[in-house]
Design a protein around this ligand. Structure first.
Ligand SMILES: [Zn+2]
Length: 119
């Protein structure tokens, strides 16, 4: 399982490097953060498949815990975007490696937060 998770994180990092965007949506099946590909498709890097989100027009009720997690999630998302920016700009291999591993950790945390929100 640990290995699978590592692979998943690497795939997510790869998508970000290609310029695909991380969304604040999570996969209905596995809670992993979803990506928006350049053609507009929502993609789950964990299941490696297209995801179609049906908008219900109804927000789930928010508990205090949920609000805290959402703030944390927003912070992590902002950091991911920051690191993604730097990855796209850097031409230094050492820096790229550092950024990629920072990105992996951020994505890992983000997924955990999404799971906590769900459960
Ligand atoms: Zn999934």
């Amino acid at each position: 399982m640990e290995k699978d998770n590592e692979k998943h994180i690497k795939r997510m990092a790869e998508l970000l490097r290609q310029g695909d965007t991380l969304t604040d949506l999570s996969c209905p099946a596995c809670s992993a953060p979803l990506f928006r590909l350049k053609d507009g498709t929502l993609w789950c890097a964990k299941d490696e498949k297209k995801v179609i989100i049906v908008k219900e027009g109804e927000e789930p009720p928010k508990t205090a815990t949920n609000t805290g997690l959402e703030a944390l999630e927003a912070t992590l998302m902002a950091k991911v975007q920051d690191v993604q920016d730097r990855i796209q700009r850097t031409e230094n291999v050492d820096e790229l490696q550092k950024l990629t591993s920072a990105l992996s950790e951020l994505l890992d945390s983000l997924e955990k937060v999404k799971k906590m929100k769900k459960g």
